[in-house]
Design a protein around this ligand. Structure first.
Ligand SMILES: C[S@@+](CC[C@H](N)C(=O)[O-])C[C@H]1O[C@@H](n2cnc3c(N)ncnc32)[C@H](O)[C@@H]1O
Length: 332
């Protein structure tokens, strides 16, 4: 871990040494938030919160991610003061009155976000398959995924599809694995997925209700995990990648297909998107952070413009490394 010099240390301690800023750090330790969500959690005006955030960012304690008209804040990882920050957070008293109240409001903000997304999916469950084909070269993405999966189908015992929706990934790739399970939070989506899987006779496939942030599976069980057009809906995409890494068996792969960075702000309002796509550097950093080794990145752009702004689809493949033989021996 990097060590701060005296000036960096003092500036980090000064920035953290104020009640509201300490509360901001405590809340960001639970997940990334926008400025307006932070104002709701801390019950303070936006200009005040923005001022505090600027001081925290200048001191290297938080990181700012502008994306369209939203700005996300999260704790800064990998700076000279990350170790100090981790210590500060560890020492914030859990039973402090303000901290407890902030956490309660944070829970409410998360709940509201989740309800908004759920309502959207419930309302769009039936038309989702049409909706998903509107902006992107869907068949091209599926062909690329097929190539990647077929290269590993010999030993595919368990395929997991997180955020399975109408079960499209299971429908087309389920037969490559001995067993395949799709998880989704939306009961309406799962109803559609079940009837679709029955219709195509995918007997080795099943769907279950489950959150990508907390997948109801043991560690090291999956040969492949797919996240197809899911991460941009999530509060905390890093958490879903950590879960994918946890459930993957060593040598297993995660396949991600999602939008590249775009500026279609309307997708937030109209389609409950939280993130306006993902840049390659950001996705690679998240995959590395979850302990996975990036193996391949591809970007697919629409061949002809539809008149509306087109969306690029990016694909990433990453592997959970086997423990080196030497480490295995030492562990025994
Ligand atoms: C855009 S759809 C994609 C569905 C499917 N992967 C596909 O490509 O056809 C996104 C799906 O993610 C699900 N979803 C959203 N948040 C989720 C979460 N936290 N855990 C599991 N599923 C989630 C939604 O209910 C929805 O079915």
């Amino acid at each position: 871990m990097y060590k701060p010099d005296m000036e960096q240390l003092l500036s980090a301690l000064r920035a953290a040494g104020e009640p509201t800023r300490l509360r901001i750090l405590a809340i960001l330790a639970l997940g990334e938030l926008t400025v307006s969500e932070l104002t709701q959690v801390l019950s303070q005006s936006q200009p005040r919160i923005s001022r505090h955030l600027k001081l925290l960012a200048d001191a290297g304690l938080v990181q700012r991610y502008p994306e369209g008209s939203w700005v996300f804040y999260r704790l800064h990882e990998g700076t000279h003061v990350s170790g100090v920050l981790a210590q500060i957070i560890r020492h914030i008293p859990e039973d402090d009155h303000d901290i407890l109240r902030d956490r309660e409001r944070f829970g409410e903000v998360r709940q509201l976000r989740a309800e908004r997304a759920q309502n959207y999916f419930a309302a769009n469950a039936a038309s989702w398959d049409e909706l998903r084909a509107r902006h992107i070269p869907e068949t091209a993405v599926e062909e690329k995924m097929a190539d990647q999966l077929e290269a590993h189908s010999g030993d595919m015992a368990l395929l997991i599809d997180l955020g399975t929706g109408t079960g499209r990934m299971l429908e087309i790739f389920g037969h490559l694995a001995q067993r395949a399970i799709g998880f989704d939070v939306s009961a309406d989506m799962l109803t559609l997925a079940r009837s679709k899987l029955d219709e195509v006779g995918a007997k080795n496939c099943q769907v279950r209700q489950g959150d990508c942030a907390n997948v109801p599976l043991e560690d090291n069980v999956a040969s492949v995990v797919i996240l197809h057009q899911v991460l941009h809906f999530l509060d905390d995409p890093q958490r879903a990648l950590n879960e994918a890494a946890r459930i993957l068996a060593p040598g297993g792969r995660v396949l991600i297909a999602d939008f590249g960075p775009h500026e279609m702000e309307a997708l937030r309002e109209d389609h409950a998107h939280r993130r306006l796509g993902f840049g390659d550097a950001e996705m690679r950093a998240m995959l590395t952070q979850s302990g996975l080794q990036v193996r391949e990145t591809q970007t697919l752009s629409p061949e002809s413009s539809s008149g509306e702004q087109d969306l690029t689809v990016a694909m990433w493949q990453a592997e959970k490394l086997e423990l080196p033989q030497k480490e295995n021996r030492n562990a025994r």
